[in-house]
Design a protein around this ligand. Structure first.
Ligand code: ZN
Length: 626
């Protein structure tokens, strides 16, 4: 477990697909520890001036921090693993206790690191000091009363979200978020969709005043640490000035925006064919019709927008089932992908200690995740594998995390993490992009790959998932950064939320909203203080990585047909990046894999080029934009 995850900043290794539905007690506990322990943060600096420390002291301090955090994180990982694979009241308490110990130590080191501010340290040591201090996502004010209040607010908002249910009038059964997620995904009656959408968004208004106070207190804490506000604190984790980072995101979005607008126009038009005038011909799309509570990814409405004749001609789920593939064989396929690139096979303990199938005798957390228990090579995945194409994909993704974790295990403890928080997810997804029909042919799962004229369906499905996500991935923190900076006052929370939804996504609320609504709070990451920009970055980076690796592998064909399977050269490049971990600023890591020091969304356009062409044909003569 990395320092970032100890401090509750990142779960790090979970796929986004089911985000917002995960309940994880670790994070709220981490804030608790954070807030309480951060009390009195400002004091140490003044003592430092009177009694300046030496470089030798700084080195001893870092050594101590790394050794202690290493030991505590291993304890916490073991406790969390047992808790996730055998949920009982006792395992929950034991894991909470282990987490609290690790968090308290992390916060203590963050606080003590400020004593060395202003000391001219060698680059490696300076970076470690910075990482110790930047691991926080929430800084409590030094006033104990305020600190306690902030702790309570954050726990309460996350609790309100977690307990959120919609109880339709006159019905006995209340609907959970899982029920409502299924409804939004599968139901095609606009009235019922609207009812589910409105019902869920009712959980949030009670959080509105708490949120306002949380913003005030969190900002106060961030200012005590020298940041302009909490948003600036979040943006400062990216090896560049906070404002330059914000500009980078705008630049990336503008690269892909025209493609998104084409996709939006096509989907709007197809939804009109299903729902009629509920969907306007030229304006934004109502948010309840896109197959997802937050309209954040649209793959669930694929059946409504699928082009005719775009069936790829094979069904991987059916093939795997027909061959009686079992869970271990599914994971073996994933491992073989990495060994074909030149990576060492997974250790024997991976096969002995992982959870592949849902146990019949106890409660477990089924949400797929990848683990690195000892920060060296006790790698594991935890899944409840079904024999499906989706899980085949997820296994490749999760193993991407595991091979990343093992590649950086030679680094010092504080550098055993991904180059920035977008990289870990991007690597998992990059590997999954190599699951092409040609790859399946090489595995012997498919006799021959369909011709590329069949690609539009597959590309459209991927675009509904990954391109539709981009503006959403961007706007969550665009909104929060403006809230933290004071540009958005509390009485405008909801209004500006929908202005940004419309501006970036071209999506509108399905019913009139008022200033008493608090729709941002109906999204987990807002209620629970989890930064979101990493998901946007991961969605751009994975295509940039894939393009670079495909070039290394000598792939000549369309990018969406390139698989790096069996390419030692691609494996070498990938490992050059993975093995750096967090030891260098992320542009160095990016350069190691792509040769570029800047993020570049043109790879997204390259990957989807055939679809862009097809969409342009479909949209000819029809309104585009909103
Ligand atoms: Zn993941």
């Amino acid at each position: 477990m990395s320092l970032a995850s100890i401090l509750g900043q990142a779960r790090g290794v979970e796929s986004l697909r089911r985000d917002g539905m995960v309940r994880f007690s670790f994070r709220s506990l981490s804030w608790l520890g954070l807030c309480l322990a951060l009390t009195g943060f400002g004091i140490s600096q003044s003592t430092a001036k009177k009694n300046p420390p030496s470089i030798a002291e700084a080195k001893a301090f870092i050594d101590e921090a790394e050794a202690r955090l290493m030991a505590l994180s291993v304890d916490a990982s073991r406790a969390n693993w047992v808790q996730s694979t055998h949920i009982t009241e006792d395992t929950e308490i034991l894991s909470a206790q282990a987490n609290e110990r690790a968090i308290a130590a992390g916060v203590d080191f963050a606080k003590r690191a400020t004593r060395f501010d202003g000391l001219n340290l060698p680059a490696d040591m300076a970076r470690k000091m910075k990482l110790l201090k930047l691991s926080l996502t929430l800084a409590a004010p030094s006033n104990p009363k305020e600190s306690e209040e902030l702790t309570r607010l954050v726990a309460s908002m996350e609790g309100t979200y977690g307990k959120g249910k919609y109880c339709p009038e006159g019905q006995e059964k209340c609907l959970t978020l899982e029920d409502l997620t299924r409804l939004l995904a599968n139901n095609r009656d606009p009235k019922q969709l609207l009812d589910g959408w409105v019902g869920w968004h009712r959980i949030a208004p009670p959080m509105r005043n708490d949120f306002k106070r949380y913003v005030e207190l969190a900002n106060k804490g961030a200012r005590e640490l020298g940041f302009a506000d909490t948003g600036a604190m979040w943006r400062s984790k990216y090896d560049m000035p906070p404002d330059a980072f914000a500009k980078e995101l705008d630049r990336l979005w503008n690269q892909v925006r025209p493609f998104y607008v084409s996709l939006h126009a096509y989907v709007r038009n197809r939804l009109r064919a299903t729902y009629g005038d509920v969907v306007p011909a030229t304006g934004p799309i109502p948010a309840h019709l896109l197959g997802n509570m937050w309209a954040q990814s649209w793959e669930n409405i694929y059946p409504l927008v699928a082009p005719s004749g775009a069936d790829p001609g094979f069904d991987l789920t059916a093939i795997l089932k027909k061959r009686n593939t079992d869970d271990r064989q599914m994971v073996k396929y994933g491992e073989q992908f990495f060994t074909s690139l030149g990576f060492k096979p997974l250790p024997k303990t991976f096969w002995e200690r992982s959870q592949f199938v849902k146990p019949r005798d106890r409660e477990v957390v089924c949400h797929a995740s990848a683990w690195d228990i000892d920060n060296v090579d006790d790698l594991r995945i935890k899944m409840c594998i079904d024999i499906t194409a989706e899980d085949f994909n997820t296994i490749h993704h999760e193993l991407g995390h595991n091979f990343y974790q093992r590649s950086y295990n030679q680094q010092p403890m504080l550098f055993r993490d991904s180059a920035n928080d977008g990289f870990h997810e991007a690597v998992g997804d990059t590997i999954a992009l190599s699951i092409t029909p040609e790859y399946l042919v090489k595995l012997g799962l498919l006799d021959k790959s369909p011709d590329t004229s069949k690609d539009i369906g597959l590309l459209l499905k991927t675009a509904l998932e990954k391109i539709a996500f981009l503006p959403f991935g961007l706007l969550i923190d665009q909104w929060r950064w403006k809230v933290f900076s004071g540009e958005i006052p509390a009485e405008k929370y909801n209004e500006t939320w929908w202005q940004l939804k419309e501006k970036y996504q071209g999506v509108a609320p399905p019913v009139a909203r008022t200033k008493d609504d608090f729709d941002p709070g109906a999204k987990y990451h807002v209620a629970a203080n989890v930064p979101y920009t990493r998901y946007f970055l991961a969605h751009i980076l994975q295509f940039q990585f894939h393009r670079a690796l495909a070039q290394s592998a000598g792939c000549q064909g369309p990018l969406n047909r390139c698989s790096i399977y069996q390419s030692k050269e691609a494996g070498r490049r990938l490992d050059a990046m993975l093995s750096l971990g967090l030891s260098k600023p992320w542009p160095d890591a990016l350069e190691a894999i792509t040769g570029q020091r800047q993020m570049d969304a043109t790879a997204v356009l390259d990957y989807f080029a055939p679809l862009q062409k097809w969409l342009d044909e479909q949209n000819k003569g029809k309104p585009v934009g909103w």
